[in-house]
Design a protein around this ligand. Structure first.
Ligand code: AAT
Length: 282
Protein backbone atom coordinates (compact mmCIF):
# COMPACT_ATOMS: atom_id res chain seq x y z
CA UNK A 1 0.00 0.00 0.00
CA UNK A 2 1.33 3.45 -0.92
CA UNK A 3 1.31 6.26 1.64
CA UNK A 4 1.13 9.90 0.47
CA UNK A 5 1.24 13.23 2.32
CA UNK A 6 -1.09 15.70 0.63
CA UNK A 7 -1.47 19.40 1.36
CA UNK A 8 -4.22 21.48 -0.17
CA UNK A 9 -2.57 24.60 -1.61
CA UNK A 10 -5.90 26.03 -2.80
CA UNK A 11 -9.44 24.66 -3.05
CA UNK A 12 -8.43 23.33 -6.48
CA UNK A 13 -4.76 22.41 -6.11
CA UNK A 14 -3.02 19.78 -4.01
CA UNK A 15 0.66 19.00 -3.50
CA UNK A 16 1.65 15.41 -2.63
CA UNK A 17 4.83 13.65 -1.55
CA UNK A 18 5.12 9.89 -1.45
CA UNK A 19 5.90 8.84 2.11
CA UNK A 20 8.17 5.98 3.10
CA UNK A 21 7.04 5.94 6.71
CA UNK A 22 5.71 8.15 9.45
CA UNK A 23 8.44 8.84 12.00
CA UNK A 24 6.55 10.81 14.65
CA UNK A 25 3.07 12.07 15.38
CA UNK A 26 2.07 14.18 18.37
CA UNK A 27 -0.58 16.61 19.47
CA UNK A 28 0.66 19.54 21.54
CA UNK A 29 -1.33 22.21 23.30
CA UNK A 30 -0.92 24.32 20.15
CA UNK A 31 -0.88 22.07 17.10
CA UNK A 32 -0.51 18.65 15.58
CA UNK A 33 3.12 17.75 14.84
CA UNK A 34 4.10 15.10 12.26
CA UNK A 35 7.40 13.92 10.83
CA UNK A 36 7.64 11.71 7.76
CA UNK A 37 10.40 10.11 5.71
CA UNK A 38 10.26 10.39 1.93
CA UNK A 39 12.47 9.36 -0.94
CA UNK A 40 12.37 12.67 -2.80
CA UNK A 41 12.58 15.24 0.04
CA UNK A 42 14.12 13.24 2.88
CA UNK A 43 12.57 13.75 6.31
CA UNK A 44 9.93 16.48 6.59
CA UNK A 45 8.03 18.30 9.34
CA UNK A 46 4.39 19.33 9.13
CA UNK A 47 2.32 21.31 11.66
CA UNK A 48 -1.47 20.92 11.51
CA UNK A 49 -0.94 19.25 8.13
CA UNK A 50 1.03 22.17 6.63
CA UNK A 51 4.58 21.75 5.36
CA UNK A 52 7.17 23.49 7.52
CA UNK A 53 10.39 22.11 6.09
CA UNK A 54 12.01 19.19 4.31
CA UNK A 55 15.61 18.05 4.62
CA UNK A 56 16.15 18.54 0.88
CA UNK A 57 15.06 22.16 0.45
CA UNK A 58 15.29 23.76 3.93
CA UNK A 59 18.71 25.22 3.07
CA UNK A 60 17.06 27.69 0.70
CA UNK A 61 14.69 29.12 3.30
CA UNK A 62 17.18 29.19 6.18
CA UNK A 63 20.06 30.66 4.18
CA UNK A 64 17.83 33.37 2.74
CA UNK A 65 16.27 34.35 6.06
CA UNK A 66 19.68 34.63 7.79
CA UNK A 67 22.45 35.57 5.32
CA UNK A 68 20.55 38.38 3.60
CA UNK A 69 20.32 40.53 6.77
CA UNK A 70 23.74 39.38 8.04
CA UNK A 71 25.41 40.63 4.85
CA UNK A 72 23.80 44.06 5.28
CA UNK A 73 23.93 44.88 9.00
CA UNK A 74 27.47 45.85 10.06
CA UNK A 75 27.69 44.68 13.67
CA UNK A 76 25.16 42.07 14.74
CA UNK A 77 25.75 40.85 18.27
CA UNK A 78 22.32 40.09 19.66
CA UNK A 79 19.63 38.29 17.65
CA UNK A 80 16.02 37.37 18.40
CA UNK A 81 14.47 34.47 16.46
CA UNK A 82 10.69 34.15 16.78
CA UNK A 83 9.31 30.71 15.90
CA UNK A 84 11.90 28.56 14.18
CA UNK A 85 11.83 25.75 16.75
CA UNK A 86 13.28 23.41 14.12
CA UNK A 87 16.60 25.23 14.64
CA UNK A 88 17.41 25.87 10.95
CA UNK A 89 17.75 29.65 11.34
CA UNK A 90 19.85 29.20 14.50
CA UNK A 91 22.14 26.78 12.64
CA UNK A 92 22.96 29.48 10.08
CA UNK A 93 23.29 32.24 12.73
CA UNK A 94 25.85 30.40 14.88
CA UNK A 95 28.23 30.43 11.91
CA UNK A 96 28.89 34.12 12.64
CA UNK A 97 31.52 34.55 15.38
CA UNK A 98 30.48 38.17 16.09
CA UNK A 99 27.02 37.05 17.24
CA UNK A 100 27.20 36.82 21.03
CA UNK A 101 23.62 36.02 21.96
CA UNK A 102 20.66 34.38 20.24
CA UNK A 103 17.23 34.32 21.92
CA UNK A 104 14.91 31.77 20.32
CA UNK A 105 11.25 32.27 21.23
CA UNK A 106 9.22 29.21 20.28
CA UNK A 107 5.65 28.78 21.49
CA UNK A 108 5.68 24.99 21.32
CA UNK A 109 8.25 23.02 23.36
CA UNK A 110 7.07 19.82 21.69
CA UNK A 111 8.27 21.07 18.27
CA UNK A 112 11.76 21.60 19.68
CA UNK A 113 11.78 18.20 21.40
CA UNK A 114 10.65 16.41 18.24
CA UNK A 115 13.16 18.26 16.04
CA UNK A 116 16.06 17.63 18.45
CA UNK A 117 15.24 13.94 18.30
CA UNK A 118 14.28 13.48 14.66
CA UNK A 119 15.73 16.42 12.71
CA UNK A 120 19.38 16.82 13.80
CA UNK A 121 20.15 18.42 10.42
CA UNK A 122 18.30 21.58 11.50
CA UNK A 123 18.18 21.25 15.31
CA UNK A 124 21.85 20.28 15.76
CA UNK A 125 23.02 23.76 16.84
CA UNK A 126 20.25 24.54 19.36
CA UNK A 127 22.67 23.55 22.12
CA UNK A 128 25.22 26.21 21.13
CA UNK A 129 26.15 28.14 24.32
CA UNK A 130 25.10 31.44 22.74
CA UNK A 131 21.51 30.20 22.29
CA UNK A 132 18.79 30.67 24.94
CA UNK A 133 15.45 29.03 24.24
CA UNK A 134 12.33 30.76 25.60
CA UNK A 135 9.09 28.82 25.44
CA UNK A 136 6.69 31.70 24.91
CA UNK A 137 4.38 33.42 22.46
CA UNK A 138 6.53 35.75 20.35
CA UNK A 139 3.77 38.35 20.37
CA UNK A 140 3.96 38.61 24.16
CA UNK A 141 7.74 38.20 24.41
CA UNK A 142 8.56 41.32 22.34
CA UNK A 143 6.09 43.56 24.20
CA UNK A 144 8.53 44.22 27.05
CA UNK A 145 11.68 44.62 24.92
CA UNK A 146 13.28 47.93 24.04
CA UNK A 147 16.44 48.85 22.12
CA UNK A 148 17.83 45.37 22.62
CA UNK A 149 18.29 43.39 19.40
CA UNK A 150 20.40 44.12 16.32
CA UNK A 151 18.36 41.66 14.26
CA UNK A 152 14.94 40.03 14.65
CA UNK A 153 14.10 37.01 12.49
CA UNK A 154 10.41 36.13 12.33
CA UNK A 155 10.49 32.46 11.31
CA UNK A 156 6.81 31.83 11.93
CA UNK A 157 4.00 29.61 10.77
CA UNK A 158 1.35 31.09 8.50
CA UNK A 159 -1.15 33.70 9.75
CA UNK A 160 -3.65 31.32 11.28
CA UNK A 161 -3.48 29.23 14.47
CA UNK A 162 -0.62 30.11 16.86
CA UNK A 163 1.19 32.22 14.25
CA UNK A 164 -1.68 34.66 13.71
CA UNK A 165 -0.47 37.25 16.23
CA UNK A 166 2.92 37.44 14.48
CA UNK A 167 1.31 39.18 11.49
CA UNK A 168 -0.33 42.02 13.43
CA UNK A 169 0.41 45.74 13.53
CA UNK A 170 0.96 45.49 17.28
CA UNK A 171 3.65 42.84 16.77
CA UNK A 172 5.56 44.75 14.08
CA UNK A 173 5.43 47.93 16.19
CA UNK A 174 6.86 46.05 19.15
CA UNK A 175 9.60 44.54 16.99
CA UNK A 176 10.53 48.08 15.90
CA UNK A 177 10.78 49.10 19.54
CA UNK A 178 12.79 45.98 20.46
CA UNK A 179 15.45 46.77 17.83
CA UNK A 180 18.50 48.98 18.30
CA UNK A 181 18.81 52.21 16.23
CA UNK A 182 20.49 50.37 13.39
CA UNK A 183 18.47 47.14 13.67
CA UNK A 184 16.36 45.26 11.13
CA UNK A 185 13.62 42.65 11.11
CA UNK A 186 13.37 39.88 8.52
CA UNK A 187 10.22 37.80 8.24
CA UNK A 188 8.83 34.94 6.20
CA UNK A 189 6.39 36.86 4.07
CA UNK A 190 4.10 34.24 2.47
CA UNK A 191 3.61 33.65 -1.26
CA UNK A 192 2.39 36.10 -3.89
CA UNK A 193 1.05 33.52 -6.32
CA UNK A 194 -2.24 32.02 -5.17
CA UNK A 195 -4.78 34.68 -4.17
CA UNK A 196 -5.49 32.95 -0.83
CA UNK A 197 -1.83 33.45 0.17
CA UNK A 198 -1.36 36.81 -1.57
CA UNK A 199 -4.07 38.44 0.54
CA UNK A 200 -2.18 37.55 3.74
CA UNK A 201 1.07 38.69 2.16
CA UNK A 202 -0.39 42.08 1.19
CA UNK A 203 -1.90 42.60 4.62
CA UNK A 204 1.43 41.84 6.33
CA UNK A 205 3.30 44.12 3.94
CA UNK A 206 0.99 47.07 4.59
CA UNK A 207 1.47 46.71 8.33
CA UNK A 208 5.26 46.45 8.04
CA UNK A 209 5.47 49.54 5.79
CA UNK A 210 3.49 51.46 8.40
CA UNK A 211 5.94 50.44 11.14
CA UNK A 212 9.40 50.80 9.52
CA UNK A 213 11.06 53.57 7.45
CA UNK A 214 12.77 51.09 5.11
CA UNK A 215 10.82 48.06 3.96
CA UNK A 216 11.64 45.81 0.99
CA UNK A 217 10.54 42.37 -0.15
CA UNK A 218 12.77 39.64 -1.59
CA UNK A 219 12.09 36.23 -3.03
CA UNK A 220 13.36 32.68 -3.28
CA UNK A 221 12.28 29.44 -4.86
CA UNK A 222 11.15 26.93 -2.24
CA UNK A 223 9.85 23.78 -3.96
CA UNK A 224 7.68 22.45 -1.10
CA UNK A 225 5.83 25.69 -0.22
CA UNK A 226 2.61 26.63 -2.05
CA UNK A 227 3.43 27.57 -5.69
CA UNK A 228 7.16 27.27 -4.89
CA UNK A 229 7.50 31.07 -5.03
CA UNK A 230 8.14 32.49 -1.57
CA UNK A 231 8.74 35.99 -0.24
CA UNK A 232 10.67 37.42 2.68
CA UNK A 233 10.40 40.90 4.18
CA UNK A 234 13.36 43.11 5.11
CA UNK A 235 12.26 45.96 7.39
CA UNK A 236 14.92 48.26 8.73
CA UNK A 237 15.58 51.43 10.72
CA UNK A 238 18.76 52.54 8.96
CA UNK A 239 20.32 50.14 6.48
CA UNK A 240 18.95 49.48 2.99
CA UNK A 241 19.12 45.81 1.97
CA UNK A 242 20.68 46.46 -1.47
CA UNK A 243 22.34 49.91 -1.21
CA UNK A 244 24.06 48.98 2.05
CA UNK A 245 24.82 45.39 1.06
CA UNK A 246 28.47 44.66 1.86
CA UNK A 247 29.30 42.22 -0.94
CA UNK A 248 33.06 42.30 -0.48
CA UNK A 249 32.71 41.86 3.29
CA UNK A 250 30.44 38.88 2.73
CA UNK A 251 32.80 37.28 0.21
CA UNK A 252 35.80 37.84 2.47
CA UNK A 253 34.19 35.63 5.10
CA UNK A 254 34.58 32.63 2.78
CA UNK A 255 31.39 31.09 4.14
CA UNK A 256 30.22 28.09 2.16
CA UNK A 257 26.54 28.27 1.23
CA UNK A 258 24.35 26.14 -1.02
CA UNK A 259 21.91 28.80 -2.22
CA UNK A 260 22.89 32.29 -1.08
CA UNK A 261 25.63 34.28 -2.81
CA UNK A 262 26.34 37.95 -3.54
CA UNK A 263 24.56 37.93 -6.91
CA UNK A 264 21.48 36.17 -5.45
CA UNK A 265 21.42 38.82 -2.70
CA UNK A 266 20.91 41.64 -5.17
CA UNK A 267 18.80 39.63 -7.63
CA UNK A 268 16.37 38.43 -4.94
CA UNK A 269 15.14 42.01 -4.48
CA UNK A 270 14.17 42.27 -8.19
CA UNK A 271 10.50 41.38 -8.14
CA UNK A 272 8.17 40.34 -10.98
CA UNK A 273 5.75 43.07 -12.08
CA UNK A 274 2.67 41.28 -10.75
CA UNK A 275 4.30 41.06 -7.31
CA UNK A 276 5.25 44.74 -7.39
CA UNK A 277 1.66 45.55 -8.29
CA UNK A 278 0.35 43.47 -5.39
CA UNK A 279 2.68 45.28 -2.99
CA UNK A 280 1.84 48.72 -4.32
CA UNK A 281 -1.90 48.33 -4.67
CA UNK A 282 -2.48 48.18 -0.93
N1 AAT B 1 12.04 27.14 9.85
C1 AAT B 1 10.94 26.85 9.03
C2 AAT B 1 9.82 26.33 9.82
C3 AAT B 1 8.82 27.11 10.29
S1 AAT B 1 8.16 26.61 11.74
C4 AAT B 1 7.53 27.99 12.56
C5 AAT B 1 7.51 27.80 14.08
O1 AAT B 1 6.83 28.93 14.64
C6 AAT B 1 6.76 26.57 14.61
O2 AAT B 1 7.66 25.76 15.33
C7 AAT B 1 5.67 27.13 15.52
O3 AAT B 1 5.43 26.35 16.67
C8 AAT B 1 6.23 28.50 15.85
N2 AAT B 1 5.23 29.50 16.25
C9 AAT B 1 3.99 29.67 15.75
N3 AAT B 1 3.37 30.70 16.36
C10 AAT B 1 4.24 31.20 17.28
C11 AAT B 1 4.18 32.26 18.22
N4 AAT B 1 3.09 33.01 18.34
N5 AAT B 1 5.27 32.50 18.98
C12 AAT B 1 6.40 31.74 18.86
N6 AAT B 1 6.50 30.72 17.98
C13 AAT B 1 5.44 30.45 17.20
C14 AAT B 1 8.25 28.22 9.48
C15 AAT B 1 7.46 27.64 8.38
C16 AAT B 1 6.95 28.63 7.38
C17 AAT B 1 5.82 28.01 6.62
C18 AAT B 1 5.52 28.74 5.39
N7 AAT B 1 4.38 28.17 4.72
Amino acid sequence: MELWFTEKHTENVTFSIKVDRQVYSGQSEFQRIDLFDSLEFGRFLTLDGYMMLTEKDEFIYHEMIVHVPMAVLPDVQKVLVIGGGDGGAVRELVRYPEIKQIDLVEIDAQVIEACKKYLPQTAGKLDDPRVTIHYADGLKFVRSKQDEYDLIIVDSTDPFGPGEGLFTKEFYGNCYKALTDTGAMVNQHESPFYPVDAVAMQRAHKRIIDSFPISRVYQAHIPTYPSGHWLFGFASKKYHPVEDFNASGWKARGMKTKYYNDKIHVGAFALPNYVKDLLEEM
